[in-house]
Design a protein around this ligand. Structure first.
Ligand code: UDP
Length: 328
């Protein structure tokens, strides 16, 4: 019998790619999304249930309709800068919304849960190689909200046996090479799509947020991972849970750090166009450097990232940028 998986945020960037990967792996992804930042056009691989995570009655109805074997929980607000100005938005949606979802899952006896967390839970730890055992000291409300959900999952494991796999992402980039889905945020705040907008003249110039960080070229360093590799790990995480292997945390990165200036250089090389940019002030909440390898995901899950080199990520994003978009 085909197994249903609830995918919250399935109409968003990462969730829509996860739905495609789940479908390819033989599952039926059921997108649960309130379309606050997602796109119905991106729901292509299974049923759609328009539902807010704070709406417990509606969630209960969805669980009872599909009897899912697992939840993959992507739905969240994810802008570091905004989270510093509007923390309540992050705590209400990301934390209370997740709590409501977790309660609904437990009530429906759906005890396999894959959670989309972030390296922002580690905070700014200079000269420390981040791994899954690193101390978590988030410096922005976004990271704090994700860490709170990780803690909720631990408590629900103890109380109700909610098995969970937590993935802490580094910077997700690129898009489906077939162009069926891609990255499309309104408003856009992420580096690579903003840069491609600037290159193609859709916006004036990119602002580099801070050039006085303690990094070799003064700009922040991030570890970019291809969205297709990332969602492949989620399918492996789901299978891990369904095989009864229990709760586990995995970082998802490549171990290679690129500064903002290096991303600009790669974008110039891939697109063969100049990147208009100006140098600006630091953005509140930004960490200096977030880089991690994923040895645990590779050795334990058998994760084999195939597309996570920066040039390929930018090339896939560029192809989508020129052709793809969604309509409300
Ligand atoms: N960044 C930038 N200009 C922008 C957007 C982002 O300089 O217009 C920088 C940001 O400070 C960070 C990196 O690019 O160092 C990646 O930011 P993004 O918002 O893409 O992801 P985050 O690391 O915040 O999750």
């Amino acid at each position: 019998m085909t197994q249903h998986v609830i995918v919250t945020g399935g109409a968003g960037y990462i969730g829509s790619h996860a739905c495609k990967a789940l479908r390819a792996a033989g599952f039926i992804p059921v997108t649960v999304d309130n379309l606050s930042t997602g796109w119905e056009d991106a729901v292509k691989f299974g049923p759609f249930e328009r539902c807010d995570l704070l709406d417990r009655d509606n969630l209960d109805a969805v669980f009872s309709k599909y009897s899912p074997v697992a939840v993959m929980h992507f739905a969240a607000f994810s802008q570091v800068g905004e989270s510093m100005h509007d923390p309540a938005k992050y705590w209400r949606n990301n934390v209370i919304g997740s709590l409501t979802l977790v309660e609904a899952a437990v009530a429906a006896n759906c005890l396999n849960f894959v959670f989309s967390s972030t390296c922002a839970t580690y905070g700014d730890q200079d000269n420390v190689v981040l791994d899954e055992n690193s101390v978590q000291l988030p410096i922005n409300s976004y990271g704090a909200s994700k860490k709170a959900v990780e803690d909720i999952l631990g408590n629900f494991q103890q109380a109700f046996g909610l098995d969970h796999v937590i993935f802490r992402y580094f910077n997700v980039a690129g898009g489906d090479p077939d162009g069926e889905v891609g990255e499309f945020h309104q408003p856009e705040t992420h580096l690579i799509p903003l840069m491609l907008d600037a290159i193609s003249g859709k916006r004036d110039a990119l602002t580099i947020f801070g050039t006085d960080y303690e990094t070799p070229d003064g700009t922040c360093v991030r570890d970019y991972v291809h969205v297709c590799d990332l969602v492949d790990a989620h399918v492996l995480g789901l299978k891990w849970l369904l095989e009864g292997k229990g709760s586990r945390v995995f970082n998802l990165g490549t171990g290679d750090g690129f500064s903002v200036r290096e991303v600009i250089d790669h974008s110039r090389a891939v697109t063969n166009k100049e990147v208009p940019y100006v140098e600006g002030a630091r953005r509140a909440g930004d960490c200096t450097k977030l880089v991690s390898g994923s040895e645990r995901a590779v050795t334990e899950l058998g994760w084999a990232p195939m597309r996570s080199n920066l040039g390929e990520m930018i090339a896939d994003a560029w192809r989508w940028h020129q052709t793809g978009h969604y309509e409300k």
